[in-house]
Design a protein around this ligand. Sequence first.
Ligand code: SF4
Length: 355
Amino acid sequence: MIQRTPARIEARDTSTCPEPINAKTDHRDWQQILSQSVTTPEQLLERLGLSPEAWYKGALSGHRLFPIRVPEPYLARIQPGNPDDPLLRQVLPVARESEAHPDFVTDPLQEDGAIQTTGLIRKYTSRALLMVTGQCAINCRYCFRRHFPYGDHKLSQNDRQQVVESLMSSPEINEVILSGGDPLAANDRLLSQWSSLLDSIPHLRRLRIHSRLPVVIPQRVCNNLLDWLSRSRLQKVLVIHVNHPAEIDQRTREALRQLSAAGVTLLNQSVILRGVNDDSATLCELSETLFEAGVMPYYLHAFDPVSGAHHFHVSDDKAIQLVNNMLKTLPGFLVPKLVRELPGQPSKTPLNLGS
Ligand code: SF4
C-alpha cells in the first residue's frame, strides 16, 4: 500500500466565502451572519417579543450553564411572542436546566473513553470521528455534547499530523466523519486542507460531514465550500440535523439543492424532543418536508440523558409508539431508524418496535 506523506495543514484563514452565484436573497457572508448571532438572554427575549418578567431569570440561569447562540436565519423562522414555538424551545435556556437527575450525566455517551488521539474519536470499526472545531453556529439546549471539553481538543499542528498518521495506519477505517462542534463552522481553507489530506489516504472511501449549518445559516453553502467538496475524490455524505419541519425554509432548500448538485448525498438525523416533535403528525411532516428538499430521513435518536436537558426527555415507549404511527402513514423509506447510542456498542442500537 502506498503511504503518501501528508501535506501540512495551515490553521489560519482570513478568507471570506462568496455567495453562490445564483443566491437570491441574503448576500451577507456566512461568517458575518455567524458573528452577528444573538448571544445573550436580553437580545433573545427582546428579538422574539417575550416578556422578561416571565423568561429572563430562567434564561439567564440556563445561559450560565451553556451559553445562548442563535443565528439570524434561524431566529427569523421563530414565531415572535410564542413561548411554545418548537424552534424557540430548542434554543431558549430555562430554569429547569439547573435540575439534577441521577441518570442524566455530563458525558452520556462516554466519548472520553473513545478518544484515540487529540481530535480523533474512534467508536466503530470502520469509521472515525474527526473533531475539526469546537464551535457551533447554534447552541441547542438538548445537545449531548453541551459539557464536552472542546478546549482540550484544539488541534495543534502536531496533533493534526498525529491524526493523519493514526488514520494512515488504520486500514480498516474507510470513512472519516467530520464532526465538532459543527465542522462547517471551520473556514473553508482549513476544511479544504483536511479534505486534501483525507483524499491522500488510499483506504478511505467516504467523507461524511455532520452539520447543522446548512439549515441554520444556509448562506454557509457558498462557492468555496462547494468547490472543495466537488474536488474531493471521496464519496461525500452530509448528515444534516433537523428536528421540526419549520426549520426548513426556501433558502435552506436552495442550499440543499446546491449540495446535491455538487454530488453530496443528503441524510437527516433528528432527536425526539418533548414539546418539539413528540407527536407523529409533526414527525411525518418532517419526513415529507425533508424528502421534498432532497434529504432522506436517516436516524431518529432516542434522547441521550445529558444533564441539563431532562425536560426534553421522551420515554422509549412513547418513541416506539410514534414510529409505529409513522409506519402506518408513510412509505417505509420515509421512516427514519429509531436508535439509541449506547457506550461501547459496535453500532447504534435500534429500538425494538415490536415491544
Ligand atoms: S453539536 Fe449539533 S446539536 Fe450540539 S449544539 Fe452544536 S449544532 Fe447543536
